[in-house]
Every structure is written in structure tokens, then in C-alpha cells.
Design a protein around this ligand. Sequence first.
Ligand SMILES: [Zn+2]
Length: 237
Amino acid sequence: MYKNFCSLNYNVRSSQASIEYLIYHYTACDFATSLKILCNDKAEYPVSAHYLIDENGDIYQLVDEDKRAWHAGKSSWEGREDINSWSIGIELVNPGHGPHYRPFPKVQMEALAHLSLQIIDRYKIKPWNVLGHADIAPTRKIDPGELFNWNWLALQGIGIMPSLGIVSASNDSLEMIQELLKQYGYGIDSPDGNDSHIQAVVRAFQMHFTPSHITKQPNVETCQALLSLLEKKNKKG
Ligand SMILES: [Zn+2]
């Protein structure tokens, strides 16, 4: 099941860092192109990931887990910025947002679950630290997007999803939502304090946790989801 293709696009992890996050991506192109890009060390901006999973469920290891693969780019979670040093990155073949964006096939998701459970166990990654690229780079990235089935993964014991309608949210003001998003881990400090930044963060949150309601505008459901997630995180953390 595992096929090795060595990518040279890696370096050493920061000595300060330990592996705490698992980050999911889509490649936005077909398998052959994905492999080429993730292994091209002559590119102007070389990129890579530890693993690439094809739509047929085949898993390719490209970079050793102890090395720092280049998948996150400029990103932030819990105030940390060098997410590449702190994470394992998995790329999933999918055409990405556009006319051909489609659900990730069951066999691909099963392969992802199988691989993820091993990684989570190996590094004791917390459920709330299993994230999408959009979560850690909301103004630049929207992968893996709303067709990625986080709910199904949570049923396999991977990641965490909110229980909606249980926690009542009386206040869904922007200030409150911003504070809750920050508490959960999102980087919400906009350099110029503009609305598009917070909207991007809200969209990332909604794509992950309330995928049937992606409005970019905070609402009661966003607030309920955040409160539920924070409650679960605080209980287990
Ligand atoms: Zn990505």
C-alpha cells in the first residue's frame, strides 16, 4: 500500500518543535501532476508533503516524518507560525475548488483514516490539532474545503466536530466570535484590521465545522459550534 517516492523538498525541523499537528490538503491537480510538483526541487517555490494519497487510495510517502516537509507555507495556529516544523502534512489528490471539485472518494478517505490513526497514535496528536490547510492559512488557502468529510473522519476517531444545538449561544457579535476563534487556535490578528481577514477565518471555520452553512459571516450556528468545540477541548485537554 505504501509506495516511496523521495522528495528532496525538506529540511530539518526546528529543535524547539515537536510533532503536534496533522494537516490535510488537496493538491488541486491530477495524481501525476501532484507527484511532479511535490518532488520538483527545481521549482521557484519548492513544496512537498510527508504523504500523498491518490483518489484510488494508494498512499505514497514522499518525506520521512522526522523531516520538515514544506506544505503549510505562511501559517499560524495557537500563535505558532512555523507549522511545518510542528506538523505532518498529507496531500490528497482532488481537482480542488472549481468546476471539477468533488467529494473525496470513500477508498481515498479510508486510506487517509488508516494512515492518520497511525500518525495520531505515534505522536499523540490531540483531536483539535487535526486541521485543514485553510484552518492554518485562512487568507491564502481554502483546502481541503467543504467537500472533505470531517464528520466521517470524526466517526473513525479522527479530529473533533461540534455538537450543534446543545450549547446555547446568546451572543454572536463579531467581537465575541473573534475571541472564540482565537481561543480555539485560529490566527485572527489581521495586520491591517480589515474585514476580509476575519471573513476568511470565518469561512475556514465554516468549511471545516459547519460545511452546510458557509456564509463567511459569523452567525448563531458559528458561535454554537465554537462554544461546543471549546467545551470539548477544555474537557479533554
Ligand atoms: Zn494545501
